[in-house]
Ligand binder design. Sequence first.
Ligand SMILES: C[S@@+](CC[C@H](N)C(=O)[O-])C[C@H]1O[C@@H](n2cnc3c(N)ncnc32)[C@H](O)[C@@H]1O
Length: 281
Amino acid sequence: MNISQLLQSAVQLNHLSDTSRLDCELLLCYLLDVDRTYLKTWPDRELSETIEEQFQQLLQRRIIGEPVAYLIGTQGFWTLDLKVSADTLIPRPETELLVEAALELELPQQAKVLDLGTGTGAIALALATEQSRWQVSAVDLMPGAVQLAKENCQRCQLENVEIFQSHWFADIAPQSFDLIVSNPPYIETDDAHLTQGDVRFEPASALVSGPQGLDDLRLLVAQSVNYLVDCGWLIVEHGYQQGPAVRDLFEQAGFALVETRVDLNNLERITLGRYSRPPAH
Ligand SMILES: C[S@@+](CC[C@H](N)C(=O)[O-])C[C@H]1O[C@@H](n2cnc3c(N)ncnc32)[C@H](O)[C@@H]1O
């Protein structure tokens, strides 16, 4: 069987994935250790039986819903190729909106930045890549995620990032950041989507946050003000229906210039605001 014939297996994924052809191409690229251009250049290349068998095994796992990123062990995010694991969320393209918003802010050249719930390190490492003079701290609760983010940091050869375990702010020494970013868990405990599709394979620790999905966001927004410089910024990702509630949280905590931005699907996805310290009496 050649490359072109094998990729016709993509029809078996049509019920499950909007990107069935791409999914199969990524699986085959992984097995052959080539990029997608190679598949398009050499559609007639004959494949060994071993490759065919390995491909079928991965395809069967994909058919029951296992995400491609977990099958091949990596996921592209921003300009980076990140290792992924079942310890945390697979980075999503929507989260690049948060990275873009952070890079648009007017911040000091050597800004201090904190990424809360870093997972693979996606946001922290993307920011540190773009701004080599920023000092980026990144924390996660899950030891497996902390380890993964450290490995990704090494893969990216970044020296301006420190990664450690912390329950949100609990193990962060008192200090002030110019920017705090977070893509925390924000799905409602009873959300039906948790039992469907790829998220079934991702850990609840990365997804779920109380009955309205707001428990972690509430805590993060309220406590951020203790860790921001005067006029420091907070940017959070949230669910597409949580924009009004998150703007309220920002305003209650004393943030100004509060703004929600939409993703490529025109859904409210991130909220940002600037914190001005009240004058001391
Ligand atoms: C939605 S995932 C985001 C991962 C990554 N920032 C991204 O955008 O791909 C949320 C992350 O928050 C972490 N997390 C959950 N509860 C936490 C807590 N109490 N303190 C720190 N991190 C936490 C999870 O382990 C997970 O890695």
